[in-house]
Design a protein around this ligand. Sequence first.
Ligand code: SAH
Ligand code: SF4
Ligand code: F3S
Length: 434
Amino acid sequence: MKFHIETWGCQMNDHDSEKLSGLLVKEGHEPVASAADADLVLLNTCSIREKAVHKVYSELGRLREEKEQKPLLIGVVGCLAQQDKEAIFKRAPHVDIVLGTMAIKQLPKLVGEAAAGRKRVIDTQEYPDNHLFPPEVTQRSSTAKGLVTIIEGCNHACTYCVVPTTRGPERHRPVADVLGEVQGLVQRGYREVELLGQNVNSYAGGCSFAELLDRISEIDGLEWIRFTTSHPMNFTQELAHVLVANSKVAPFLHLPVQSGSDKILRRMGRQYTSAEYLERIAFLGEGRNRLSLSTDFIVGFPDESDEDFEATMRILDQVAFDASFSFVYSPRPGTPALKYKDDIPMRVKSERLARLQARQTELTFQSHRRMIGCVLQARIESHEPTEAGHWMARTGQWQNVHLKAGEDSTLPFGELVSVKITGAGPHFLTAETL
Ligand code: SAH
Ligand code: SF4
Ligand code: F3S
């Protein structure tokens, strides 16, 4: 069969799609670039906010029309599949397969059954060994950065969040497995890895997360280690030290704060106060200046007063985040926060979001301007120059770089090069090769 996978959501889903693709290729199926050419379409879904769910159902509507024209198997996998289970068949009767996040290794079996004519095949069980996946099967979409799962699931219980339900409790991959996968990637030419988990710094697969970073960094040929994402309460002094001191750990930290108001943080079940969050950032000491810090915010959580929102604006300035992702609160099925009334008018939520984002753009621009004149390493991310004549690259701090190279020079895709930052905008840096 020819198959096509559409992916929404976070890096966890991007990587799951690489695993799903590998499972199908192993069975002899062939990946194609569009649903129009496929006999099997898988939607790898996200349900973190309502908007993400709408997108999936509207794509399912479009695929129904496609399925009227030609034989087509449709599968829904990922977080929405895990959350809605059989209800997906009710809302979209033309769906053939529903596969949960903790059962992805069952994909070939389900596809086989659906291809044999069985209707509505589903598996949303929690297989306890789902986090153990043979790395050689994974079909990687990036040839520059290798994604590596170290932990699945989440043991926190933030009151607004579906992830503990859609991804289950924490399961940790053993250290030897993780090291083996990274070694294999480096042998195949990868120079950068990104360690994945909903909360990587609670890693306990045989050592602490900080120690895991140190052990991975000993692998010869590896240049950068990234990781996503982290919970502030599991951000230790030990980890801050490794982040600052180990030159193979990319100088970037994404540490979601969500709100600056202690009342809202308590209601969100985040287990820290704004002061405790600032203490964690202070673990970085002087190293903070070398690092890029990013965060997530939710605005308009139930009962968020003007004062609460001002506290969020304050912490944004106090930390001077280099980047942030911010969202309007979206009530989610089955979450404890549903007991609070979603009482902030949409107009107020939108105004708050716009203010926060406008301030972030200024802060990002300032942080970019501070880099003008710096000489640093950036990884080439394009195979050829853009129409505007520059190459795309990315710094260890995760900034986009528009790189000018000599007229006829070709820059090596995936390699680190030394660059000098010559200019800055709010969304990218400009630079020249040295
Ligand atoms: N494990 C990660 C979060 C993954 S979800 C962590 O704790 O950092 C990514 C972001 O989506 C969260 O940080 C939060 O800001 C946002 N988010 C999660 N649930 C949400 C909801 N119900 N409404 C709005 N934003 C939400
Ligand atoms: Fe969701 Fe909180 Fe877990 Fe992050 S730490 S995945 S926000 S429950
Ligand atoms: Fe979405 Fe699931 Fe990731 S809900 S953000 S795809 S863990």
